[in-house]
Design a binder for this molecule. Sequence first.
Ligand code: HEC
Ligand code: HEC
Ligand code: HEC
Ligand code: HEC
Ligand code: HEC
Length: 168
Amino acid sequence: MLKSIRRWKYLLLGLLLAGLGTAWPRLTHPTPAQPLAFPHALHLRAGLHCTDCHRYAAESASAGLPSVRECALCHARLRTQTPLVRKALAYAQRGIEIPWRRVYRYPASAHLRFPHNMHIAAGFACSTCHGDMRGVTTARLWKPLNMGVCITCHRQYGAKTECQNCHD
Ligand code: HEC
Ligand code: HEC
Ligand code: HEC
Ligand code: HEC
Ligand code: HEC
């Protein structure tokens, strides 16, 4: 009797540890469940550049997400019959954007200003803030871009650190 209780304890402890083991990467690098498992890795391997899809990063504050019409333009001829591509094309046919869940965006209530273009012009690669995406399916939070991250780099490069620079 005592023995079997002890065995249960170890089993429970084991299950708890296994649970933590699978939850930990998700807790530290949360990836929101997306409507479609868009494969960054495959597109990058095919030679596409970040700004082929996030085309406003160098010119304006937001990088922007590609419209489903852009998926349809390329996939009208390419890989037209795979289940994922068909799912994307179905959105395009109905004229509905794919409802991506956002990964990095601050809530509007935070009143933050982050100009992508100025950081690209200053010579930073996308990977400085978003990590290496070459092994990634849908985007994951590589590291939280909190105030400490911004200020540390701004100090290092002599960029502005006054509050109103980043906060409206
Ligand atoms: C500029 C052209 C281009 C655009 C835009 C584009 N793709 Fe692709 N896509 C490709 C290429 C090239 C491949 C890789 C094909 C290969 O490896 O044979 C690919 C592969 C894929 C695959 C993998 C195919 C499979 O095995 O299921 C999926 C899924 C996919 N794309 C979905 C999308 C979605 C969704 C969008 C829009 C958000 C999109 N693509 C936008 C060119 C594009
Ligand atoms: C210095 C850090 C930094 C660099 C470099 C950077 N980003 Fe970002 N990125 C951010 C931050 C911070 C946000 C959230 C911005 C917000 O909510 O206003 C973001 C948001 C995004 C988003 C979400 C959509 C959007 O329009 O905001 C995309 C896509 C994106 N970045 C792509 C890129 C690409 C592609 C590059 C390289 C061309 C890049 N980023 C370079 C920090 C960076
Ligand atoms: C073929 C088009 C395509 C290419 C090329 C591409 N992306 Fe994306 N990207 C997307 C789509 C579609 C999403 C929305 C789904 C997701 O979150 O993964 C996205 C999402 C993102 C996000 C998260 C945006 C958010 O919600 O905050 C970041 C950051 C990002 N991409 C960075 C990059 C970087 C860096 C590169 C180059 C290394 C790149 N992407 C190349 C299509 C693309
Ligand atoms: C890797 C370094 C780095 C990181 C991380 C970084 N920045 Fe910057 N940022 C710079 C540099 C360098 C400049 C100056 C660019 C110039 O003057 O041309 C700059 C410029 C800016 C500007 C424009 C300032 C002006 O002159 O009007 C704003 C706003 C800004 N950053 C906000 C942010 C925010 C918000 C974050 C965090 C989410 C952030 N930055 C993260 C390096 C960084
Ligand atoms: C270089 C950009 C930058 C500067 C300069 C800056 N902040 Fe922030 N601040 C941020 C970012 C980014 C966040 C959002 C952090 C998050 O959501 O994780 C933030 C968040 C905050 C918050 C919300 C609480 C929190 O920690 O999330 C407060 C309060 C705040 N900042 C006050 C200030 C004050 C006061 C100053 C001037 C002394 C200042 N900030 C200067 C970028 C900046």
